[in-house]
Ligand binder design. Structure first.
Ligand SMILES: [Zn+2]
Length: 248
């Protein structure tokens, strides 16, 4: 393929722009904020789960407490009723009196037991509430961290997009100045060479793969016409652009 030395030189400009575009794309794909956000969202999900579990525990404990308090009330009512009968002197039969007194004693014991259950349930409820409050507070911190990371991510993306648009516009301008067949060859080589289609030949070294060219290869390039598009045939196959520093 033939192309003017000026057009070949501009391929280096195109290669620089493509390197820049590749760098920007890589930066966008690997923004640390994205990993940070993924981690925070995982934490937020765990916190939401913990809050759901704490809410279920609280609802269960509230129900158990209401039941236990109702039991205490019922026992208290029975004790009061028995005491009233005793105080009113309604029971004269000795055996009946004895059995009523025994009932009051056993009811008092039951009341004590039930009150202990109520106390224990109240303590458990307090712990469950503390767990829920702690999780909710942590959730707020994580939410604020998420908002901050998202804002940083958005700012970085906006900056990358601006630089990408600039480089892409510059690329369009360079491509418009170059012969279509040269750009087509460059793009083909670029696609098969990890994103870099052309490189400068500097002091006998390929700027693409960094290999030194053999004397034979250098002699061939030396003999080639200035408008002949040469490639690193024995190496990376990229287009080699001759510059005053090529060492030819
Ligand atoms: Zn090479």
């Amino acid at each position: 393929m033939k192309a003017s030395p000026e057009a070949q030189l501009r391929l280096l400009e195109l290669a620089d722009l493509d390197t820049e575009l590749g760098r920007l794309g890589h930066r966008r794909r690997t923004l640390p904020e994205n990993a940070e956000l993924a981690q925070l969202s995982e934490r937020a999900a765990k916190i939401r789960d913990a809050i759901t579990i704490a809410d279920t525990d609280l609802a269960d404990l509230d129900r158990d407490l209401a039941r236990a308090e109702k039991d205490v009330d019922q026992v208290r009512v029975r004790i009061d009723r028995d005491n009233q009968r005793l105080d009113a002197g309604q029971v004269s039969n000795a055996r009946e009196l004895e059995s009523l007194q025994a009932e009051v004693t056993s009811l008092r014991k039951r009341q004590g037991d039930l009150e202990e259950v109520v106390l224990e349930l109240m303590e458990r409820r307090e712990s469950a509430q503390a767990l829920r409050d702690g999780a909710a507070a942590e959730g707020e911190t994580v939410g604020a961290d998420e908002a901050a990371a998202a804002a940083r991510r958005d700012a970085a993306v906006a900056e990358i997009e601006e630089q990408t648009a600039k480089a892409a516009a510059a690329r369009v301008a360079v491509v418009a100045d170059l012969p279509a067949d040269l750009v087509a060859l460059y793009d083909k080589v670029r696609a098969s060479s990890g994103g870099l289609g052309a490189a400068a030949l500097r002091r006998g070294q390929c700027g693409g793969c960094r290999e030194m060219l053999s004397t034979v290869e250098l002699n061939e390039i030396r003999a080639a016409a200035a408008d002949e598009v040469v490639r690193h045939d024995e190496g990376c196959r990229r287009i080699l652009v001759r510059t005053p520093e090529s060492g030819l």
